[in-house]
Design a protein around this ligand. Structure first.
Ligand code: BMA
Length: 324
């Protein structure tokens, strides 16, 4: 608050929203909350959440050479709900987060599988976004907002997720020896309280970004107001050697609803992120986010600038008090 007006850490792209339902080859309701990855040939692939006019979501790939425009939408969805074999997907598959697992030579996709039991976290593996191996539910309802770390730490796979508990919605961490069995659950970050922008609910945004200073986490925070929930994005830093430890949490949000496509839509006043890509310079970040649960927008920033800001804007109220 004492530094006067400073430039925003994230710049919205002038072409926003970069993808909407109007771009789709079929009639769909909304297109939002995509997972993102840069393929080996440099192509950006967005695995978009596409909601049909029943209200059921599937995951659908869109590809672009520069990650900004010229999007080619696949003729059909990549991952449709499969309630026959996976009843947990009865009401759709949502909000994918994609991480490349070098050890397996495959992408791990964690997504929300929605059914009568509520939202659960499911895991699927793919090499090509055409064929998927479903591992099924890895976090039981009510749970969502999950992503794996790209490699084992101390011999274990790690997954961030967001169970609904007596504490409300917070970010937890679980470990697994084999991607099937998940345990050693622990709280990583809780929602703050009272007037804070992230006082009602928090959850992981896009997958963690490994830097020399630690694992940079972009997360969403919601604040309940008389008009509904306001969804914004903030940042935190996890210890590089032990990501079970949060070493910094930014005090202010870094992106909040401001433009029409973020303020008006099926769910107004929402910016929500599941995916990013990093440029060839290792620093430029392309953040692909959902606007008002209706469209896909792009914001650009620099990992180094976000880290520098975080160092000077840590919070005096971290919400990190151990609770269990
Ligand atoms: C969250 C998720 C997101 C959605 C957001 C705002 O709980 O369901 O898919 O974008 O709410 O509605």
């Amino acid at each position: 608050m004492s530094d006067g007006k400073r430039p925003f850490l994230l710049q919205r792209h002038g072409a926003n929203p970069i993808l909407t339902a109007a771009d789709w080859p079929h009639t769909v309701n909304t297109v939002f909350n995509p997972g993102a990855v840069r393929l080996q040939d440099g192509t950006t692939l967005l695995l978009c959440r596409v909601e049909d006019r029943r209200g059921i979501s599937c995951l659908w790939a869109a590809r672009s050479e520069n990650g900004i425009d010229g999007w080619r939408i696949d003729p059909e969805p990549a991952l449709l709900p499969d309630p026959e074999s996976h009843p947990e997907e009865l009401w759709g598959v949502e909000d994918p987060r994609i991480v490349w697992l070098d050890e397996l030579g495959q992408y791990a996709i964690t997504y929300t599988a929605y059914s009568r039991a509520g939202p659960a976290v499911s895991l699927a593996l793919t090499r090509d976004f055409v064929r998927f191996e479903r591992l099924g539910v890895v976090m039981t309802p009510d749970d969502k907002d999950a992503a794996m770390l790209p490699r084992r730490i101390d011999g274990k796979w790690l997954m961030l997720h967001r169970p609904q508990t007596g504490l409300g919605s917070g970010i937890w961490l679980a470990e697994s020896p084999d991607l099937h069995h998940w345990g050693k659950h622990r709280v990583l970050m809780a929602a703050r309280r009272g007037a804070w922008w992230d006082a009602s609910r928090i959850g992981l945004g896009s997958p963690l970004i490994e830097t020399e200073q630690g694992w940079l986490m972009i997360y969403h925070g919601a604040r309940q107001t008389a008009a509904g929930s306001l969804y914004r994005l903030g940042v935190a830093l996890l210890d590089r050697l032990d990501p079970r430890v949060c070493i910094a949490r930014g005090s202010e949000w870094i992106l909040g609803p401001r433009e029409n496509y973020e303020r008006q839509g099926d769910v107004g006043d929402v910016v929500f992120v599941c995916g990013h890509t990093i440029g060839n310079d290792g620093d430029t970040i392309h953040l692909y986010y959902g606007g008002a649960d209706t469209c896909i927008a792009l914001a650009l920033g620099r990992v180094s600038e976000i880290l520098a800001w975080l160092a000077g804007h840590g919070s005096e109220e971290t919400g990190l008090t151990p609770v269990i």
